[in-house]
Every structure is written in C-alpha cells, then in structure tokens.
Design a protein around this ligand. Structure first.
Ligand SMILES: Nc1nc2c(ncn2[C@@H]2O[C@H](COP(=O)(O)OP(=O)(O)OP(=O)(O)O)[C@@H](O)[C@H]2O)c(=O)[nH]1
Ligand SMILES: [Mg+2]
Length: 652
C-alpha cells in the first residue's frame, strides 16, 4: 500500500480515498460528487500543465481542479516491483536472498561480505519480482562505500515508489538492530521484518515477544532461520502486508525508545559460559590469541598443501599424462606434426613428445598450467578460506592484527581483503570497500597488488622455486613481506589523511552451514575458471604470436641489456614480463623453459609478483580507485618492483 495524492496517480490507476485535506468546506463539496473517504476511484486522464483531472467515481465521471486533487489522499494498491533486503551487516541477508531467488551469492560470517548489490527474482503469485541483496549497514548515515551503496539503493526505491523493504534483523542482537529498523520506519516505504537467526536466539536463551513487538512497530514480523529455510515461505506469503511504519519518536530519543521496546519484548535467560564463548575469549585475547593464530595459519597452510598436492598427484597429473597427452599426440599427428595450427594448438614437440611445461600450445601448456598446476591450489585455498570465513574467525584475526595493521595506515579489518587477495586480487581489491576512507582503500589496494600474489601465481612460484626448499622460497616471500611492511609504513607517513580505528562487530563462532559452504567454494572455482581460462589461452596465443613475429626478440634487444645489467635476467625473460600483464601464472610458467639459475628465478618471480597487476586486477583498480589513484598505484608498483629486483640482484 502506498499513500499518495490524486495528482500522483497514473492514468488508469485505481485507488481508495483515505483522507481529504483542506477543511470541512472542501470535504462537503467533494462529497456532493461522491468523492469521500473510503470510496474507490479510477483516474481517467492526467493533468496537463496543472489542468483539471478526470476521475471515475462509481459509474460517473467527474472533473476536479489540480489544487483540489492534491488535497485528496489515496491509498494505491500498488503492485511493488522490487524487494530490498536491508539490515545490519552479517544478519543473513545474503542467505535469505539466495533462498528467495536461487541466485548464488557469497555469504560469510563477518560483517561486510556483500559490498555491492546483487539482483535476482522471486516468483510472487503470477508475477516475478526483483529482489535486491543490499550490503549491510548499521544506520542510514553511511560510513563506508559499501554502506553508501545500501543507502543509495534505499533512497532510489523510496523516490521511485516501486518497492518494499524486507528488514532483516539479527534476533540475537535485537537492540542494536532496532536502531536501523527505527530509522527505516520513518521512511516512506512499506516494510516487513524478517527476524532472522531465530535458532541462535533460542540456543542462547533469548526470547522475544513477537506479537508485542509487531504491535509496537506496526509492521509484520516473521521469525526466520535462513540457513534451514524456516519461515522464508511464510515471509514471502506475507509480502503484501508490508506497511509504512507508524511508530513515532523523536530522533534524539531513538536509543531511549529502543530501550523501552526491549524492556517490553525481550527476556534473556541467564546461562553459563559455553565452550564456544570460552574459545571466543581465548582467540581474541592477545596473549593466547596470537599463538593460536600462528598455529591456525600454519595448520591451514599445511591443509592447502595437502589438498593441492593431493589433487595434483592423484587426479590432474594422471589425467593429463595418461589421457590428455596421448590424445594430444593423436591430434598432433593428424595436424601433421608442424605448421601454424599445430603450433597454436599443440605447440612445439620436445624430443618428439608433448612437454606440458614447454610445448606452449593452447591445448597443452595453456590447459595444463590452469588445470593441473593452478586449479588444485586455488580449490584448496578456497576451501580453507571459506571455512575461515564461515567460522567467524576472521574478525577475531582482525582484532589481533589491528596494532600491526595500524603501522601501515590500515586497521585490522584490512586483513580480510588481503586474505581474499591471496585467492585472487580481483575480489581482494573489491573487498577494500569495507574500509572507511579513500586513503585506506588506496593503501590496501596498492599493497595488495604489489605484495600479495594471487593463488594462481603462488602455485606457479611454488612449482618453480619450491624445489629448492627454503633457499628458494624464503627470499621471494621475505621480499614480498618486507616490501608490504615498509611500503605500508612509507605510504602511511606520506599520504595525507587519517586512518580510522577498527570498528566492527565480532560474530559468534558458527559451524559452516554445509550447503552454503559447498555452494560458495563451487561458485568461486567456477568464477576463477571463467576469469582465468580465457586470459590464459589468450596469453599463450599472444606469446606465440609475439615470438613468431619476432616482437619478443626485438623488445629483448631494446630492454634486454638494461634488464640483464640491472636485474641479472636473460633477454628471453622479457616475454614473461610482457605476458605477465595478462596472466601472472602463465608468465611464471614461461620462465620454466629458460633454464634460469636459482638467483634468477628468485628475482624473476619477485619482480613478476610486484611489477604490474594482471589486466583483470587493473580493471578493478581503475573502477575502485579512479584513474588518478590507479596511475599513482601503478607507478609505485613499477618503481618498487625494479628497486627490489635490482637490490636482490646486488645482494644474492
Ligand atoms: N545459525 C544461523 N546462521 C545464519 C542464519 N542466517 C545466516 N546465518 C549465517 O550468518 C552468517 C552471515 O550471513 P550472510 O548472509 O553473509 O549475512 P549478510 O547479512 O548478507 O552480511 P553482509 O553481506 O556482511 O552484510 C553466515 O555465516 C550464515 O551462514 C540463521 O538463520 N541461523
Ligand atoms: Mg551479504
């Protein structure tokens, strides 16, 4: 239902009169024509330049002036076209969204998972209605870009008058959540409340008198458990009961009002500390938390290795060696063993055989790098990361690392984009939206693109220098870490502006909800393949093209000597640096046939990791930072990469 005046009705629209302003005189005058409270009218024609309006009342048509029409208030039974899911961060909006629409979105147990809106549809009667998953926000005065998105979405829908809000509330945190609800109730938009996490509220002994709360707020409330789907059907069936709020209060007395409401509707049973709460205390207290954090990260690292190596040794390597290689040999013979097409698809035969590391064809090296070398580790990483996200550990890690992160001009929550960046820098840079200021986002995105190699690249670096053990891995990762730290300190010193304090809620520990967990890992793998495979194939193709046209030789002749002197790398490495712009993993793969020494491998891997983000990351940097900051970040990257490369060449 929507309250508007007659001038705002569309031609042909039906509505019920609910009020007539303008005093008794006008009321009586209009009554004479049958225009009175409770009557249904249809607008026949709209006003042109504030001219009269023709209405159908009962069976007769009447015309009234524009000024009069403005005083007649009606309720339009408007069919709403969209539903906004609005609520505090981490209350389950995304899980509800997935349930309503079937669209897979990432849901995790930390505030700020959704940083941009996402749309889907829900069937509602005969119609399909658009549902929008909005980033979480604590209030309607945004403090971060993600919250800005939420408030903008809401205001747009209010102006267009074509949507309703499902306000998702965390039942375990009613008091804090009501702050946003009360603000929403004052907005001119129909709403309905999903009282989510109802299961957890019951577990921890919170009971809420829903009926009473409903009476006070004046809008429908449906308890839900998003992860099991309980209540979601009911929620959909109650959508047309969405109403504009009626609760009146003074803005500066909002918290007072909330206090009153809580006293009336909520009872908390006293209970003993649970194991989970003890664990929570232990992991967030610096003295016990730090050793636990180091232990957890080491274990997770081992798990990634275990899963990654397992997938490679028992699945992908056998498939490629025993099935794919013979198939490709057949294809090679069919193609006659040489020629342009052969070179593009199969590449070069090494001693009459396909060598997946060196042949460099689209179907040989191209697929092998992505599927047999990179995908297993990416999968392993996303399994571990998703577990971390869902458990609720990340905000605790953020608190533990807050002090250290402040040295580089960030606060603890910046560890979340950094970790996501380890999977792929693209979602990593996006996730910097949970940071409040432009300065923090610049620092975080720049540090990430320089010093946080993505999993695809990491897998290749491990493959390349890992066989030398610590003497290969330590110099590469120590350089990345030192540059991250020093670079951050320098940026913190020289960039203007402030870094705000950490400000986040710490959700309770949860066991990942299995369906959501599996879906999330699967979505990320599919996303990775969609992003990576086209670029890697393009990379192989372009690399072949550049070689066969002699461009790499030419570039090598020009920059080769400088690179050789400064970085100690052979001229052929120019090809890898060029292709690194498309895909870093492929670039590292291109170093394999060059027969580099350990020192050269270390320098090349480090420089490749730092010098330039891949083209996909570049695009999001541009989107998130804007052109000027993106150029600044790029200059910092190139400068740092060469500085570090030269330094390594001198030291090692
Ligand atoms: N036990 C329980 N867990 C839930 C319920 N709803 C959501 N969760 C979990 O709560 C966490 C947060 O869910 P999300 O859907 O990501 O929350 P969100 O509101 O979209 O959060 P932001 O995107 O950060 O604003 C996830 O770990 C979910 O699995 C519920 O009803 N019961
Ligand atoms: Mg979300």
């Amino acid at each position: 239902m929507n309250k508007i005046d007659v001038t705002q009705m569309k031609s042909g629209e039906k509505a019920k009169i609910i009020q007539i302003h303008g005093g008794k005189g006008l009321v009586t005058k209009l009554e004479a024509l049958g225009i009175r409270h409770g009557v249904e009218i249809t607008k026949i024609s709209g006003q042109i330049m504030h001219g009269p309006i023709v209405l159908k009342v009962g069976n007769t048509q009447v015309a009234i002036g524009f000024g009069m029409a403005r005083k007649v208030i009606v309720n339009v039974d408007k069919k709403f076209k969209k539903i906004l899911l609005i609520g505090n961060p981490n209350v389950g909006k995304s899980v509800i969204f997935s349930r309503l629409t079937g669209v897979g979105v990432i849901a995790s147990n930390y505030p700020g998972t959704t940083i941009d809106f996402c749309k889907g549809c829900v069937g509602y009667g005969a119609n399909k209605i658009e549902v929008i998953d909005v980033p979480g926000t604590y209030s309607l005065e945004p403090t971060s870009p993600a919250e800005e998105v939420a408030v903008k979405m809401l205001n747009k829908t209010i102006t267009e008058k074509d949507g309703i809000v499902i306000n998702v509330i965390d039942a375990t945190n009613l008091e804090r959540n009501l702050n946003l609800t009360l603000q929403l109730l004052k907005k001119d938009i129909p709403m309905i409340i999903a009282l989510n996490l109802w299961d957890e509220a019951k577990h921890i002994g919170i009971s809420i008198d829903i009926k009473k709360l409903q009476e006070i707020l004046g809008v429908e409330i449906i308890p839900t458990v998003a992860i099991t789907g309980e209540g979601v059907k009911e929620l959909v069936s109650q959508l047309d009961k969405a109403k504009i709020g009626i609760l009146q209060y003074l803005d500066n007395e909002r918290w007072h009002e909330i206090g009153n409401i809580i006293a009336k509707v909520q009872v908390i049973k006293h209970k003993h500390h649970t194991f989970v709460e003890r664990l929570s205390d232990l992991t967030i207290n610096p003295w016990t938390g730090m050793p636990i954090a180091i232990f957890i990260l080491l274990i997770l690292f081992q798990i990634i290795r275990f899963i990654g190596e397992g997938l490679i040794n028992y699945i992908f390597e056998p498939i490629f060696q025993n099935l794919w290689a013979p198939a490709m040999m057949v294809l090679s013979r069919v193609l006659g063993g040489h020629g342009i097409i052969h070179n593009i698809l199969i590449g070069e035969l090494i001693q009459g055989k396909i060598d997946f590391g060196q042949s460099f064809g689209l179907l040989t090296t191209g697929l092998y790098v992505e599927f047999a070398q990179v995908l297993p580790y990416v999968t392993a990483f996303y399994i571990v990361l998703s577990f971390l996200e869902d458990s609720g550990y990340l905000p605790r890690l953020a608190v533990l690392l807050d002090k250290i992160m402040h040295l580089v001009g960030l606060h603890g929550m910046a560890i979340i984009p950094m970790l996501l960046g380890l999977g792929c820098n693209v979602p990593g840079v996006f996730a910097t939206r949970i940071l409040e200021t432009k300065r923090e986002r610049f620092i975080a995105a720049t540090l990430m693109t320089i010093c946080v190699p993505c999993m695809a690249m990491l897998a290749m670096i491990f493959g390349l220098v890992g066989k030398y053990g610590a003497s290969g891995l330590v110099p590469v990762f120590a350089s990345l870490f030192i540059v991250w730290f020093l670079g951050g300190i320098l940026m913190n010193l020289f960039l203007k502006g402030e870094s705000p304090e950490i400000f986040t809620e710490i959700p309770s520990y949860r066991l990942p909800y299995v369906v959501g967990f599996v879906k999330k890992v699967w979505m990320r793998i599919v996303w990775f393949l969609k992003e990576a495979v086209p670029f890697i194939l393009l990379g192989v193709f372009i690399a072949n093209l550049l070689y066969s046209l002699g461009i790499i030789d030419f570039a090598g002749k020009i920059v080769g000597p400088v690179m050789n002197k400064l970085l100690g790398l052979p001229i052929e490495a120019v090809g890898a640096l060029l292709i690194g712009f498309l895909r870093k993993d492929l670039a590292v793969g291109m170093l394999v046939p060059l027969g580099l020494s350990l020192k050269q491998l270390i320098i090349a891997s480090t420089v490749l990791a730092m010098y330039f983000p891949c083209v996909a990351t570049f695009a999001v940097l541009l989107k998130e930072l804007g052109i000027i900051d993106m150029i600044k970040a790029t200059l910092i990257m190139i400068g740092t990469a060469f500085f570090v490369g030269i330094l390594l060449n001198l030291i090692l």
